[in-house]
Design a protein around this ligand. Structure first.
Ligand SMILES: Nc1nc2c(c(=O)[nH]1)N[C@H]1C(S)=C(S)[C@@H](COP(=O)(O)OP(=O)(O)OC[C@H]3O[C@@H](n4cnc5c(=O)[nH]c(N)nc54)[C@H](O)[C@@H]3O)O[C@H]1N2
Ligand SMILES: Nc1nc2c(c(=O)[nH]1)N[C@H]1C(S)=C(S)[C@@H](COP(=O)(O)OP(=O)(O)OC[C@H]3O[C@@H](n4cnc5c(=O)[nH]c(N)nc54)[C@H](O)[C@@H]3O)O[C@H]1N2
Ligand code: SF4
Ligand SMILES: [Mo]
Length: 683
């Protein structure tokens, strides 16, 4: 019996760590045996933010879902090789080994390591309940956003709210500051374009020329790590000319005098010298800012990944307070919109069980946590690929490879982390499990039902930990919650932003806009600080990094996201690697190429205090002298020497929030002259 192929479309939220949280239109094809496969991904044309398009990467999600290397059965490493085992075998043995560790070393010896492979509140956040019930150490989830969060909260308190993207067309000046938004927040672009049609000017503040700079009207190629200096220099001009909003400052802020005092030393020539921008550029920015209302500033986490990244970002976020932009629709700043999602999170991930004195691990210090002397005997990794994404990844890999450490990795792909595991447990994808999603780039809450049968024996993260919990006799009820239980809890709130949002409605509509006021001006009358005012204190001062450039390490290496990857996700798809140039490249300015003897298209060694990596050179004036850029956290397997770029980055933490410093690395570039694979490994 033969069937014509039959298709249907479903709407599902993209689970990836991206502000856009798109509502995707997924085309499913029913096969002869009745089972369905995802064959095409586009965007929901009715979704106000997604507007009918998925990004250049997620249109390829089916290739990742059906990748030939996707783990589909539990795997156990025996004598260095993975062998297929049953779920019962895997879970029984892991539970047994956990019991021994708990008896002998206690729960302090159990490390959970996770990040945002899925943003789902069930599979991404609630899944921690198992570890909280055990009393295992807390993981401080600092690899991405905490420098920014801490910086925002110093000025504005918590929760962190931002300008609604749908209000951006009201803005007349737009600053994209420390964010390559055309790559990392691509569904903001239609709103920017609308604003431009309405007469807005768009300025990009970024150390190198990328897609966003080419789109912007003006690109300010700032020297890395000098944003606070630029803010102070510009503010000095604004204040001198009386362009600041005295009414707003008086009514809604505190500590302005300290800020003003800090601006005084930032004369034009000093600001120019420190930031690398011309005096004309600085005056032009100050004038645009001083005279254009409303101004919208989209500030990115990218710029926080420096030693002083927290303070630098905080300086930028104070500009709308100086200029009173928060009073106007479309004016103000946005780092994240996540604070508007006022869900009841009390028992999310069993957070209510966390005891004040519990041991904590900063996830940026994984390399150290995995050293034998740190005392961990088991590590559970989920929603994360630390062998590629964590700083000092050479030591991370060495730690994961330890014989005496039980390493369990829940994965959808055979990442380099999974390859180092003792057990690989196959995880479901967002099409194969139900979940609830917020967003950090817009104001829509969403729900995905379980849509496809899991491939092979893949299981949701929460299922795995429920099974382990049963075997260990854990009785904490939240571990065993279903998505419906969680959803009922999350929506058990009287917060006005969730008025009228019930589980039934969310499931029925799929994506629901938060119940925000008609005009959402979160800081028009002050902030959520203890005084209720936006805080200018302590003044955001410019301080040079400890890792100053030197003769030994004369270049600053930035490692921002690639257009066709989502962190290390998609690094296993050959066509997306091809779209990124086939292999990772290091961009260097022609002057540096000449100075260090680097030829376009040849290999060079990037050496830092931490480690080394070999990359192919791309000579381009897109970067500035003394700055090198490697785009994308490629799988090490794609690099000529098999290394992740994080072999050269350090565990150094930011000034605020214990954040990561991926753009702080000082390096030396030297040509590689021998190119046999062995020589490369040793280079
Ligand atoms: N295509 C794609 N989209 C993504 C991601 C991805 O990997 N690929 N990752 C997602 C994730 S997890 C995140 S956190 C966001 C991150 O997205 P963003 O917030 O945009 O941050 P980045 O792209 O890391 O960095 C933005 C820019 O900051 C610049 N920068 C570096 N140092 C400085 C500095 O000192 N000052 C200034 N002004 N700029 C500086 C970099 O050159 C880079 O162009 O994007 C998300 N979206
Ligand atoms: N050098 C450098 N390093 C960086 C950055 C940088 O800019 N430069 N960016 C940093 C930033 S901002 C971030 S956020 C981190 C991101 O680092 P990660 O959070 O590790 O993000 P990904 O690399 O995308 O890896 C996520 C993994 O989770 C898996 N996954 C997805 N969904 C599920 C699921 O439902 N269950 C399970 N078990 N697994 C799942 C995916 O298959 C994927 O392998 O990287 C950081 N590392
Ligand atoms: S990765 Fe971001 S832009 Fe791409 S589909 Fe997912 S949410 Fe949308
Ligand atoms: Mo991130």
């Amino acid at each position: 019996m033969s069937h014509a192929a039959s298709f249907r479309d479903v709407l599902l939220t993209c689970p990836l760590d991206c502000p856009d949280a798109c509502r995707l239109k997924v085309r499913l094809q029913r096969g002869e045996d009745g089972s369905e496969r995802a064959v095409k991904v586009t965007g929901d044309s009715d979704h106000p933010i997604t507007k009918g398009f998925a990004c250049a990467k997620t249109v390829h999600y089916p290739a990742r879902q059906y990748h030939e290397d996707r783990p589909l059965h539990p795997l156990k490493k025996v004598n260095g090789e993975f062998v297929r085992v049953t779920w019962d075998e895997a879970l029984d043995e892991i539970a047994e080994r956990l019991r021994v560790i708990l008896d002998r070393d206690g729960s302090d010896a159990i490390l959970r390591y996770n990040y945002a492979g899925t943003m789902g509140l069930m599979e991404g956040s609630h899944v921690h309940a198992f570890f909280r019930a055990l009393g295992a150490p807390e993981l401080d989830e600092t690899i991405c956003a905490t420098a920014g969060s801490a910086a925002w909260e110093l000025g504005y308190g918590a929760p962190r709210m931002g300008v609604d993207p749908e209000d951006v067309p009201h803005a007349r000046l737009i600053l994209l500051w420390g964010i390559n938004s055309l790559t990392t927040n691509s569904h903001l672009t239609p709103w920017l374009t609308q604003a431009r049609k309405n007469g807005a000017r768009i300025v990009h503040v970024d150390p190198y020329r990328n897609k966003t700079s080419l789109y912007a009207d003006t690109h300010l190629k700032i020297r890395p790590g000098t944003d606070a200096a630029l803010v102070l220099g510009v503010s000095r001009i604004v204040i001198e000319r009386g362009w600041h909003d005295r009414e707003y400052i008086e009514r809604a802020t505190e500590g302005f005098e300290a800020f003003e005092a800090a601006t005084r030393e930032w004369t034009l020539d000093k600001t120019s010298e420190v930031t690398g921008l011309s005096e004309e550029e600085i005056v032009d920015l100050a004038t645009a800012l001083g005279t254009t209302r409303p101004t919208y500033i989209r500030v990115g986490y990218g710029m926080t990944r420096h030693e002083r990244g927290g303070t630098n970002l905080r300086a930028v976020t104070l500009l709308p307070a100086l200029l009173g932009d928060w009073k106007y629709r479309g004016g103000g700043a946005n780092l994240t919109t996540s604070g508007a999602f006022q869900l009841n999170r009390r028992k999310l991930g069993a957070g209510h069980l966390v005891k004040p004195g519990v041991k904590r691990v900063n996830m940026n210090e994984l390399a150290s946590a995995l050293a034998p002397e740190a005392g961990f005997k088991a590590a559970f990794v989920y929603n994360c690929n630390p062998a590629a994404v964590a700083p000092d990844s050479g030591r991370v890999k060495a730690g994961l490879a330890r014989e005496d450490l039980l390493v369990v990795v829940l994965e959808q792909a055979m990442t380099e982390t999974a390859r180092l595991a003792d057990f690989v447990l196959p995880a479901t994808t967002f099409m194969e499990h139900a979940d609830v999603y917020t967003s950090y780039g817009h104001h829509y809450l969403s729900y995905n039902p379980r849509t496809l049968e899991p491939l092979g024996e893949a299981r949701p993260n929460t299922w795995v930990f429920q099974e382990l919990a049963r075997r260990l006799g854990l009785t904490e009820e939240t571990i065993y919650w279903s998505v419906d239980d969680l959803l009922a809890h999350l929506l058990d709130t009287r917060h006005p932003h969730l008025a009228g949002v019930t589980p039934d409605r969310l499931k029925d509509e799929g994506s629901v806009r938060l119940t925000l006021p008609e005009v959402f001006l979160p800081y028009a009358n002050g902030a959520a600080t203890s005084s209720g005012k936006v805080r200018f204190t302590p003044a955001p001062l410019h301080v040079s990094p400890n890792a100053l450039l030197s003769d030994e390490f004369p270049l600053r290496l930035l490692t921002p996201p690639a257009h066709h990857f989502l962190n290390s996700t998609y690094g296993n798809l050959a066509n997306l690697r091809q779209a990124e140039g086939g292999e990772p490249h290091v961009m260097v300015h022609p002057k540096d190429a000449q100075r260090y003897g680097l030829d376009d298209g040849e290999l060079c060694t990037i050496a830092s205090e931490v480690g080394a990596a070999v990359r192919r050179v791309r000579v381009t004036d897109a970067v500035q002298p003394s700055v090198a850029v490697v785009e994308g956290t490629w799988w090490g397997l794609s690099a000529p020497d098999g290394t992740s770029i994080n072999e050269v980055t350090a565990q150094t933490l930011t000034d605020l929030g214990g954040g990561s410093t991926f753009h702080n690395t000082r390096v030396r570039l030297t040509p590689v002259t021998v190119t046999t694979p062995r020589a490369l490994q040793e280079a």
